[in-house]
Every structure is written in C-alpha cells, then in structure tokens.
Unconditional design. Structure first.
Length: 91
C-alpha cells in the first residue's frame, strides 16, 4: 500500500486531497483518488440526489461518482451501468 495526502487545496489543518495504491493478494492493483477541494458534478451528493441541498445540475444527465474496473467488466455507481468488451474484442 502506498498513500499520500495533502492539505494544500484549502490550507486547513485537515486533509482535503489524497491517493492510495494497493496491491491485492491475487496481484490486482487498485487506485483510489479523493478530493474535497475540487469543484465537480461527480460527488456522491450530486450524483445520488439524496441531499436536496445539492440541486440537480441543469443540462447534465445523472453522472457516476464511483467507477469499479475489472478484467472482465466494469460498473459505475450509482447508475449501476456495466461495461464490457464484446466477443470480437476477446478473440
């Protein structure tokens, strides 16, 4: 595991940006990135619509805040859209 955090985004005494890279026992490598200091429509609050404090963005379809990628397929959250290669790509 390698991880790094920073407080430079806002300059407060709490981390606002970070990254972690992990290697799992099966050899898969995962990367996690986070920032509470970047303006974007990809936050959990914006994408789920759970908190009315965060209004739906005009002209923007529901976007996903999390993306899980594997060797056979990937899934996005909260839409649960799945992505995979067709048979012609595997041959």
């Amino acid at each position: 595991v390698f991880a790094s955090t920073s407080t430079s985004g806002r300059g407060f005494d709490v981390e606002d940006t970070g990254a972690a890279t992990v290697t799992l026992s099966g050899g898969a490598v995962g990367t996690f990135l986070f920032s509470d200091a970047s303006p974007s429509p990809w936050s959990y609050e914006f994408t789920t619509g759970e908190n009315r404090k965060y209004p739906k963005l005009p002209g923007v379809d529901a976007t996903d805040c999390y993306h899980f990628m594997g060797t056979k397929q990937s899934i996005a959250f909260p839409s649960l859209r799945r992505f995979k290669y067709g048979q012609e790509v595997r041959e």
